[in-house]
Design a protein around this ligand. Sequence first.
Ligand code: ZN
Length: 496
Amino acid sequence: MRNRSACLAAAAFLLAAVGCESGDAESPTAPRVTTTVAPPTVTAPASDATAGEEAAARRPDVLLLIADTLRADRLPAYGFEYGKTPTLDRLTRDAVVFDRAVAASAATMPSHASMFTSRFVRQHSVGYNNGNTMLADEKTIAQHFQEAGYATAGFIGNVMMLDRLTGFARGFEVYDDRLPQPEKNRPEFFEREAPQTTQRAIAWLKKRAGDRPVFLLVHYQDPHGPYTPPERVLRGISLPAPEEEPRLPVNETQSGYGGIPAYQALEGLDRQSQYESRYLAEILYMDRWMGLLLDAFEEHRPDAGHVVVFTSDHGESLGEEGHWFEHGHTSMPDLAHVPFLLRAPEVPAGRRSEPVSHVDILPTLLDLAGLPVPADAVGVALGPYLRENERLPARELYCDLGLETGIYDDDGITRIRFSSFEAADAGNTRDADVSRWDWTPGGPPVARDSEAEVGAAAAAYLADVKTPRVLTAAPDPKHVERMRALGYIEPEDPAD
Ligand SMILES: [Zn+2]
């Protein structure tokens, strides 16, 4: 599997990065990087510069909230009765809720790259890879805001978003990817939980003088496995368990097919309801901290308008098609259906049923800030349609993993499973398994036609594969050996 190879390559790289940081391969310290990027040089005459600063000062503050691994249908905002999300409920009351928001990928890095660039994954330099390519020369959403005079900052929690791995820091004056904590079952994978992420983001906000608007990205890792919420938060969740709930085996590998992936395994727990309760508790934990962040954001420049988008990079399988507590393997709604809430001045609250995508985030936020939308953005600025209560144009939106692509439109899903890596890379659907599915958000997809057509727009998109333009440095062989010893790299795996 290409995705698996990419993950393994990433894992090897991560260990190399951590090892390099510590200088001691046996006791790696957490990666600690706070990248500071100088603001753009002002070259215009002073009077123009002053006018530009005054114009910038009138623009709204913009907050982009991203939860990692959060499927929409486990949120009360999307009808789930056993979830608890007081902050999101508060946000939902004044927001537009998009019922059919589609992730650009089922993996962290390509989805974020699509959010940052308004390109589907075959159109940016990350491609559909997770961990072995970089976002190289595409202009990012943070760069757009920075050039418009915004103070820009990003606070992240997932090792797959380390700047040294991704190139995601461009345009952020502060890109804080300090990840102080190892994952429970994978000490090589570092992360940061909601309290630390929130506190550092709030500290940054409080240091702003208020003369410039802010573009703030805060990424929460908590719903990502392993599901280890504080016990007191877990006690707030009451998910009913079926009377005869099957026991799940623990897999020896990181695959969740047919059982619990090794990285998710929690001692003494082997039932779906036990894991899902913890998943819901992680969401609640994140939500409570996000409430403090939202308060601080609204207190910053209280007279400015405040624009907020909340979404996720991908979902999580909870037993669909035999996959448990993992992501990255399918383009179906368990991974592709993500939350998407938008709150902005003069945008009336409500629900929309048209499909929207990660690629809509860049044009939507720039437009709501009164900034020009780049002509090559493939997404749509949603604000004008929402203000005028007009339907969005009919579109095809892609959740693309490489070997599998899901095409979401107003009427359902076309699922393409390519016959080989070569065929996937060429967008060649001749021998692909192409099927058509009906889908009502909140429910499972239902197979309609086993031999479906791929339309012209999809064919054009699939042929738009880009060879990744920048690769990370090859991992240090010493660290690859250690990864192999730990079981992350199988000897026959072609990735190494
Ligand atoms: Zn992710």
